[in-house]
Design a protein around this ligand. Structure first.
Ligand SMILES: [Ca+2]
Ligand SMILES: [Ca+2]
Length: 320
């Protein structure tokens, strides 16, 4: 074989190897692309399945709450809507959910009603702050955040604090849209919100009942805050009595909490009576669904009117 023929053969081998390398790289890229597309497709399909089942569960929850209002005007933890469903196996996945009575908490928007300071709610909130060794000024800062005017009760400008922050902003001068907004209010931060979160909520003031706390769902800590006359032991007694047999009306609860109405306790009796209810308009719905690679959760806030019609106030999907 001549030198020239050997060289030509060598070049041909290199060409073949180059072509093979290009084919290998291209095939590998195509396989990766295909796997990625497959993963994307199954994620989309599973997420779609999860959302479809969540919507079904949401529809069922609405129906449960509507039927409950049509059956009675008392809401308590023994009713079917309050039972936590265990994870239910559905085709290719799992579904679980619960409904909570949001009126088992103090509605912070009720500190300002019709743009006026609502003293009974402020008193409850101040007792809650005191229970957790938090300063009572937090209540004043929150009231300034909620009311429409721009001055503090000392006559200074509310925004002078917020505008001096590293990232400046102004006070909302309206109801809280979500409890997380509380962390933006002067004196509050995420830790303070976490401490208060078991006792407080942020709901629209759409109905007369919206400023009231349902004593059939309230915790012992909140019951203590509802009146200066309710101590720790009394709150525990009230919780135990409520578990044995729910409070059927406000009078029965208030009599048990501060004694039967008399000249001596008239003011206390009336104040507590005005702040509590046994009937709820606002509920929280939590539904989680797991399908293949997708796990997602729906959290929604529901309003129920006197005839049982449900309106969704907020709805948020979050991947778990
Ligand atoms: Ca009911
Ligand atoms: Ca204001």
């Amino acid at each position: 074989m001549t030198y020239h023929a050997t060289r030509t053969k060598g070049v041909a081998v290199i060409m073949v190897l180059l072509v093979l390398a290009i084919v290998a790289v291209t095939t590998s890229a195509l396989v990766k692309r295909h796997q990625f597309n497959q993963a994307m497709a199954s994620q989309v399909i599973h997420l779609g399945q999860a959302k479809a089942h969540i919507q079904g569960a949401e529809h069922f929850a609405h129906q449960l709450l509507r039927q409950d209002r049509q059956a009675n005007n008392i809401d308590h933890q023994g009713e079917s809507w309050a039972q936590i469903a265990p994870p239910i196996a559905v085709e290719q996945g799992f579904l679980n959910g619960s409904i909570v009575d949001l009126q088992g908490k103090l509605n912070l928007n009720s500190l300002v009603v019709d743009d006026q300071l609502h003293q009974p709610s402020v008193a409850v909130f101040k007792r809650l702050l005191d229970q957790h060794q938090l300063k009572s000024q937090l209540s004043d800062y929150l009231v300034d955040w909620l009311d429409s005017n721009v001055e503090t009760k000392q006559g200074t400008l509310e925004d002078s604090y917020y505008l001096a922050l590293k990232t400046p902003y102004r006070s909302a001068n309206q109801s809280l849209l979500d409890l997380s907004e509380l962390a933006l209010v002067r004196g509050f931060d995420t830790d303070t919100v976490a401490v208060l979160e078991p006792y407080v909520t942020a709901l629209p003031l759409g109905s007369k009942n919206a400023a009231k706390v349902n004593v059939n769902s309230a915790s012992a800590g909140l019951l203590m805050a509802m009146s200066g006359a309710i101590g720790q032991n009394k709150a525990q007694q009230l919780i135990t009595s409520g578990k044995l047999d729910y409070w059927p009306n406000v009078t029965k609860f208030v009599d048990a909490a501060v004694g039967q109405k008399s000249i001596v306790n008239n003011a206390q009796w009336q104040e507590l009576s005005n702040m509590v209810t046994v009937s709820s308009d606002y509920f929280g719905l939590n539904v989680a669904a797991q399908f293949g690679v997708a796990t997602t959760q729906l959290k929604s806030t529901l309003h129920r009117n006197d005839s049982g019609t449900i309106t969704v106030i907020s709805r948020m999907y979050t991947p778990l």
